[in-house]
Design a protein around this ligand. Structure first.
Ligand code: PLP
Length: 419
């Protein structure tokens, strides 16, 4: 197996053989050769229907024709200028048109940079230090938020190297639990600069908010001079044109974006109310900068992506998601398996637990060994999912009926061997 050999070699040069921890799974990950549409091809000649889709950005599938065409054209014109471009303004206008809370945008290079900068801005705006995040939410790999943070870091509550002083300012609370948050705000509300939340938790599987929960967050933050940050790095442009804030009808003060925004190229953004965004340098004094911020390749890809995401796209994605989830639910019901199927729109995950899953603790009741068996069975039979129970699976527009049919057949036989 070439992938096995390459992984053994890679371990000498890349920590753990990979460039991001969740990519390493036992016994070895397959190495990609190329990809097109819903399919990922490895260096050993295997083909997989891809439900990982690079952890979310590829809503139109791999190597989308229009994005590739536009990017190729831009490549001929240069890949980085260090001066502003017309396309950045066009992309900012597109984001502002689509996303309800966005009145101004700063483009950065990743979701991690976006959340780091949004938190800094919230602290500057409120003159307060502490932030609240939810157990199991992931907002990137920087120090402010690396506490009980989702799939990659589950089991490593804090990373060595993160100073205690930093995480002391990051307070954890369970998602979907109004009582706990009320008590927390009562005690420490005066010191809280921001609440940062994934409106649908996508880094501990897939956990939607309970009815009214996001409205509750909006209200309690408004009442206590706390900035509400929706981290829509996953949900932005995925579940509706305006993301989760449009879908659930709740407008935060700031939003962080990434993944889909870059059309398959590295990109992130923070956006929000003008009075806040104007505090960012150079119009204000909150420092944020980046050599590749708003680079023409990512901006071109992002524009090309967003132009293709209209209301028909969202209707189609909902339909595809519903068909697949119904198929999986029927399999679970027919086999009398009470495992929990979670998801909405183009997001889904099976939790190998019979408990209702609504937060980090209930998600952790899932049997990860069973998930592992399921993952490997699917992999062997040509389906690739993120290799963790605590990640979310994604669909793209390129996934067609034959993909769904094969997927359901394989899941059916996988689940009949896992009880
Ligand atoms: N926020 C959320 C909700 C994410 O899912 C991720 C990455 O998966 C990030 C932030 C960090 O984004 P990036 O990996 O682009 O730094």
């Amino acid at each position: 197996m070439k992938s096995e050999e390459l992984f053994n070699e890679a371990k000498n040069y890349l920590p753990g053989g990979v460039d991001s921890p969740v990519r390493a799974y036992k016994p070895y990950p397959f190495f990609a050769k190329h990809a097109k549409g819903s399919k990922l091809f490895d260096i050993d000649g295997n083909v997989y229907i891809d439900y990982c889709l690079a952890y979310g950005p590829l809503v139109l599938g791999h190597a989308n024709y229009r994005i590739m065409k536009d990017v190729k054209k831009q490549l001929e014109l240069g890949s980085a200028y260090g001066v502003p471009t017309e396309k950045e303004v066009e992309l900012a206008k597109t984001v502002i048109k689509k996303v309800p809370c966005a009145e101004m945008v700063r483009f950065v290079n990743s979701g991690t940079e976006a959340t780091m900068s949004a938190i800094r801005l919230a602290r500057a705006a409120t003159g307060k230090k502490k932030i609240i995040k939810f157990e199991g939410s992931y907002h990137g790999a920087h120090d402010y938020v690396l506490v009980k943070s989702g799939s990659g870091a589950v089991g490593l509550p804090d990373s060595p190297g993160v100073p205690e002083e930093t995480t002391q300012n990051t307070i954890l609370t369970p998602f979907n639990d109004e009582e706990s948050l009320n008590a927390l705000i009562k005690k420490e509300g005066n010191e809280i600069a921001a609440i940062i939340v994934e409106p649908i938790m996508g880094n501990i599987g897939c956990i939607p908010p309970k009815e009214g929960y996001l409205k509750f967050l909006r209200q309690i933050t408004e009442e206590n001079n706390i900035i509400l940050i929706f981290d829509e790095v996953i949900t932005g442009f995925r579940i509706a044109e305006g993301g989760a804030q449009e879908y659930f009808g709740v407008t935060p003060d700031l939003v962080t974006l990434g993944k889909i925004l870059g059309g398959g190229f590295p990109m992130g953004a923070l956006a929000g109310k003008k009075e806040l965004m104007e505090m960012i340098a150079p119009s204000g004094s909150v420092y944020q900068a980046g050599t590749f911020n708003g680079n023409p390749i990512s901006v071109t890809a992002g524009l090309s992506m967003l132009k293709q995401l209209d209301h028909r796209f969202y209707a189609e994605m909902d339909k595809k998601g519903n068909v697949l989830r119904k198929g999986i639910q029927d399999i679970l019901d027919d086999a009398d398996l009470n495992f929990n199927l979670a998801g909405l729109s183009s997001m889904f995950q099976i939790y190998f637990t019979k408990e209702e899953v609504y937060d980090y603790s209930s998600a952790k009741s899932a049997d990860t060994e069973k998930f592992d068996q399921y993952f490997h069975y699917l992999l062997k039979n040509g389906l690739f999912l993120p290799p963790s129970q605590f990640e979310c699976c994604f669909l793209s527009l390129a996934h067609d009926e034959s993909d769904t049919q094969k997927t359901l057949e394989v899941i059916n036989s996988a689940l009949s061997s896992i009880r």
